[in-house]
Design a protein around this ligand. Structure first.
Ligand code: GDP
Ligand code: MG
Length: 453
């Protein structure tokens, strides 16, 4: 999905070349793609509308500067606006955790059951201890599930935080009072209060957590929400925001395959800053929120302005890593890797569309190579065909391929033996190149492909 969007946008960007400004007409298709991307990322429809209108307003009539074309400029605007809306336009101070009060600073965690409150309590405790050198006490006011109290004890120990014991026989308010006294007495900087959640909004739960809030006067009250819950998150966020003086959002489970669109929706309906994100089950899977990274994730791309870098490296990176790994293991690259590279090149679209997106320095080299789309595609298909006619053993050990094998392979691929020779030669060169570079390799591949024809 991710790559498709990048590629889709890349295509639209290409059609907008040579135009001096962004107009209603030339931005239409692009905005449609953006709208789709947002919807695919699970952003609520009204939010999508607001955002696309905002983008349109910003973009229309805008002169296109420097080497950008209108498409690239528009992509830049999308990225900027999305980043702004998601929290980038908030003052730094509001985006950060606030502990500016007489200690202990109380942090209350609220949210549905399974959202990740207890895990977040442990992560936050660790984060506060490691990066802010704070003395942290945790306490569980979840008196419905003994396992929940044990769970907090465990993560607190892992975090190196002080866990204040509580039991299911106590009342949440009594627990809070005792924990607060304890935290004061021990000069804790921060008291993190974990609460009970329900599977859905429930009046008793809301009352209980709002009583806790009224008693504790927390400086921070975070709504903890599972990024995977998508649209449901919006309604839940609204209710919690009505009942509690929330100060921020913690978005959990971003390591899952959610696009994170919920972040935008939740931020929009509550107006609250997203302060932290959970990115794994372990305590280290926790970060301060980064609006730019989230905007990129929602749109399914890294740095969208440099689309090409994405087309080349996002597709390449994973494969390149695997190839590099295999090379390290085997001490060399084999024909399977070579084939992978070819398939990748084909999946990246036409060669000329790729060249357009290369940095100027590489464009020149690529232009010199003078590869037409059809030539490149034919060459790539031919190469794949030849490799497919080899036995797995031959692919792993190309040096086995002597005259009789060459004949068999050529016949299998329906090509003259020369073609097999060419490929093996090319593979040899490639091995040389691969030795010299760690990853990427597209531009050199292109040059080689050109040099060959
Ligand atoms: P609570 O009911 O709100 O206290 O939720 P828990 O903290 O018990 O978490 C519920 C489940 O989600 C547990 O299995 C956690 O390990 C898991 N979890 C919490 N945060 C994350 C996260 O950021 N990533 C992943 N993958 N799992 C998480
Ligand atoms: Mg819990």
């Amino acid at each position: 999905m991710l790559d498709t969007l990048t590629q889709r946008l890349a295509k639209v960007v290409k059609t907008m070349r040579g135009q001096a400004r962004i107009t209603e007409a030339n931005s239409k298709e692009m905005l449609r793609e953006v709208r789709l991307a947002l919807l695919e990322a699970d952003v609520a429809l009204p939010v999508v509308r607001t955002l696309t209108n905002r983008i349109k307003e910003k973009a229309l009539g805008q002169e296109v500067v420097g080497s950008l074309n209108p498409g690239q400029a528009l992509v830049g605007i999308v990225q900027q606006e999305l980043t702004a809306v998601i929290g980038g336009d908030l003052p730094e101070k509001q985006r950060r955790i606030n502990l500016a009060c007489t200690p202990p600073a109380v942090i209350l965690l609220a949210g549905l059951q399974g959202a990740g409150k207890t895990t977040t309590a442990g992560k936050l405790a660790k984060w506060l201890k490691d990066s802010m050198k704070k003395k942290v006490v945790t306490v569980s006011a979840d008196v419905y599930r003994p396992a929940a109290i044990e769970q907090l004890k465990m993560v607190s120990e892992q975090a190196g935080a002080d866990w204040f014991p509580s039991t299911t026989e106590q009342k949440p308010l009594d627990i809070a009072r005792a924990a607060l006294d304890y935290a004061k007495l021990h000069f804790a900087d921060v008291l993190i209060v974990d609460t009970a959640g329900r599977l859905s909004i429930d009046e008793k739960m809301m009352q209980e957590v709002s009583d806790l809030s009224a008693f504790l006067h927390p400086i921070e009250t975070y709504f903890v929400v599972d990024a995977m819950t998508g649209q449901d998150a919006v309604n839940t966020a609204r209710v919690f925001n009505e009942r509690l003086p929330l100060t921020g959002i913690v978005l959990t489970k971003l390591d899952g395959d959610s696009r994170g669109g919920a972040a935008l929706s939740v931020r929009e309906v509550t107006g609250l800053p997203i302060k932290f994100v959970g990115t794994g089950e372990k305590l280290g899977g926790f970060d301060e929120f980064n609006p730019e990274a989230m905007a990129g994730r929602i749109l399914g791309m890294g740095d969208i302005v440099s689309l090409v870098k994405d087309v080349t490296s996002s597709i390449d990176a994973e494969k390149a890593r695997k190839v590099a790994e295999r090379m390290r293991r085997n001490g060399r690259m084999d024909l399977n890797d070579f084939r992978d590279q070819m398939v990748q090149m084909r999946s990246m679209g036409s060669v000329s569309s790729l060249i357009d997106k290369l940095p100027a320095s590489m464009q020149e080299a690529a232009a010199k190579a003078n590869v037409s789309d059809e030539d490149a595609d034919r060459m790539i298909r031919r190469t794949i065909g030849i490799i497919d006619s080899m036995t797995p053993q031959e692919r792993r050990h190309p040096d086995l391929i002597k005259a009789s094998r060459k004949k068999r392979i050529a016949a299998g691929a329906g090509l003259p033996v020369q073609e097999v020779n060419k490929l093996l030669k090319q593979y040899e060169q490639m091995t040389e190149v691969m030795k010299r570079m760690k990853k990427g390799g597209l531009s050199r591949l292109l040059r080689m492909a050109g040099g060959r024809m």
